[in-house]
Design a protein around this ligand. Structure first.
Ligand SMILES: NC(=O)c1ccc[n+]([C@@H]2O[C@H](COP(=O)([O-])OP(=O)(O)OC[C@H]3O[C@@H](n4cnc5c(N)ncnc54)[C@H](OP(=O)(O)O)[C@@H]3O)[C@@H](O)[C@H]2O)c1
Length: 254
């Protein structure tokens, strides 16, 4: 048993030493996250780390299970730092729109304190806590490209329909906090770039209850939006500011 374990470990270490940098995907069990992890796991330059409440199930990927507590996020960041390669990509995919207890509000009187707290905690605070836990890793990285999954419905200017109070508010607040982080990142690592990414309407557990109103041809596959995000991250320039971009790489008004 011991011999086998060390052989496996040696093989894993050999694989890692051939890599040049690390890509971390947080919320790795989600549809968009899985598509990213799968694509990056084919890249011979990358060590891919999937951070999730459940195992990634991909063989060439380091799966780190987390409960998203401060301790667990700090331990995940230490794990990534200990790999000994620079971080080149960090994508945070966590987000919730509805569940058994939460329905997106149609009217202001639908607001519910517990539902609002959960949506803000998962969509706004959690991505920022992840950034906080990984801040040293980001500081020490050579050219880190960071994307946090936001949504076009977080745009005040684009809001023509109303509704979905908590989800919209959570993404608008996320964008504001990411703006602060982009400004702070200028001081610690001027080569870092942060984007708030709108993936389009994507076929996933999150969108499934709301797909009926999506026009034909407007429901993207997770693979498509992941490929778009990878291209955007490969080409985006570190300008010391936050970009709020859609799947086509087009800026979204705030
Ligand atoms: N699908 C769309 O049409 C669409 C449109 C605009 C924006 N987005 C955004 O894109 C992101 C990814 O969405 P998706 O479509 O891939 O959804 P999904 O398949 O339902 O994935 C949900 C993600 O959220 C995390 N999550 C769910 N509940 C959580 C909780 N209570 N605590 C911590 N993490 C939780 C999961 O992390 P674990 O791996 O830990 O389970 C997973 O990464 C979200 O931020 C979403 O708001 C999606």
């Amino acid at each position: 048993m011991t011999g086998m374990a060390s052989t496996q470990e040696e093989r894993a270490n050999e694989a890692v030493t051939a890599h040049r940098s690390i890509a971390v995907v947080v919320g790795g069990s989600g549809a968009i996250a899985k598509a990213l992890v799968h694509k990056w796991s084919q890249d011979p330059d990358l060590t891919v780390v999937s951070l999730s409440r459940t195992s990634s199930g991909f063989s060439k990927v380091q799966s780190v299970i987390t409960d998203y507590s401060d301790e667990s996020l700090a331990s995940a960041a230490r794990h990534v730092a200990a790999i000994g390669l620079p971080l080149s990509r960090l994508v945070i995919c966590n987000g919730i729109l509805s569940d058994d207890a939460i329905r997106p509000e149609r009217k202001v009187s639908d607001l519910d304190v517990a539902a609002f707290d959960t949506v803000m905690s998962v969509n706004t605070l959690l991505p920022m806590r992840v950034l906080g836990a990984f801040w040293r890793v980001i500081r020490d990285a050579e050219d880190p490209r960071i994307a946090v999954l936001s949504a076009r419905v977080g745009s005040l200017e684009d809001n023509k329909l109303g509704g979905w109070y908590s989800y919209r508010a959570s993404k608008a607040a996320l964008n504001m906090m990411l703006k602060c982080a982009a400004i702070e990142a200028r001081r610690v690592n001027s080569r870092a770039k942060i984007i708030a990414y709108h993936p389009g309407t994507v076929d996933s557990a999150l969108s499934r209850p709301f797909q009926r109103s999506v026009p034909d041809g407007k429901l993207f596959s997770p693979d498509y939006t992941a490929a778009q995000l990878i291209d955007i991250l490969d080409s985006v320039v570190a300008d010391g500011d936050l970009s709020y971009l859609d799947w086509a790489g087009q800026p979204i008004p705030w």
